[in-house]
Design a protein around this ligand. Structure first.
Ligand SMILES: [Zn+2]
Ligand SMILES: [Zn+2]
Length: 258
């Protein structure tokens, strides 16, 4: 694949929109907010899920995927994330209460377990298929991270959910091969207290954050808008001219070339 495909872009789940889910290569996705409905019968091609954090809108299809895999696959579904995120999955999802502990349950007829949880280290590159993913710390939950997604030297920076975060702007300045920034934008600017409390961005906060970056040559896309406030947020995005160099508000099904 020479592109990233956005399978879910919403900050809210609606009948016409999924939550965060990006297909970055043939077998690899970032976050699992909308796998089942978008992959359909091809869902068994998913082998690697890199998580940005453990909030429900980013993990919601993992339990259902494990449920499908247990009788159909011969190799484990590999789920990657910072250790705090993986601990959340163990403690709150795969705990034999909310869902079976598929980390301990074998694939039927095979020696591999149904899921394998693999801890990531920050700023270390991981190669899957023909892409390289490098996690960096974001300001959202204890286990939250974004990813630099690289293919043949061409790089896209995906923040996923975050509040103000210095590292994003440092990375853009350090790595001129990053040609695209995809960030979240959840609430209207008037909700700055809620944005702080829930660790999300508003158009005014993003405009202020952008002042930290020396570069202005990258394309800026936004996603994760909360559907109740979408009209106000779009007006503010336009008034502040946030979408530089051909960027847009991403919708499900959009693609970005490497
Ligand atoms: Zn979140
Ligand atoms: Zn989210």
């Amino acid at each position: 694949m020479d592109y990233i495909e956005f399978l879910g872009t919403g900050g809210t789940r609606t009948p016409s929109q999924g939550t965060t889910c990006l297909r970055v290569s043939e077998h690899c996705v970032i976050d699992a907010g909308n796998l089942i409905n978008t992959f359909g019968d091809d869902v068994f091609t998913v082998e690697h899920i890199f998580l940005t954090h453990s909030h429900l809108d980013h993990i919601i299809d993992i339990p259902f995927l494990a449920d499908l895999f247990v009788t159909q696959k011969s190799i484990s579904l590999k789920i990657y994330g910072l250790s705090a995120t993986l601990d959340d999955l163990r403690q709150f999802i795969f705990n034999h209460r909310v869902w079976p502990n598929f980390e301990e349950i074998n694939l039927i007829g095979h020696s591999d377990k149904t899921i394998e949880l693999i801890p990531l280290e920050l700023e270390i590159p991981y190669t899957v298929d023909d892409i390289v993913l490098t996690p960096f710390k974001t300001n959202h939950t204890e286990g939250s991270c974004g990813y630099i997604i690289e293919k043949e030297g061409s790089a896209i920076l995906f923040t996923s959910d975050t509040y103000r975060c210095e590292r994003i702007w440092e990375l853009l300045d350090e790595r001129p091969n990053i040609h695209t920034l995809i960030t979240e934008l959840s609430f209207p600017s008037a909700f700055d207290k809620l944005a702080f409390d829930s660790k999300h961005l508003t158009p005014a906060l993003l405009a202020d954050e952008l002042k930290k970056c020396k570069r202005n040559d990258f394309t800026l896309y936004v996603m994760h808008l909360k559907v109740l406030f979408i009209k106000t947020v779009i007006e503010e995005i336009n008034a502040l001219q946030l979408l530089r160099n051909g960027g847009k508000i991403l919708i499900d099904g959009d693609r970005i070339e490497f």
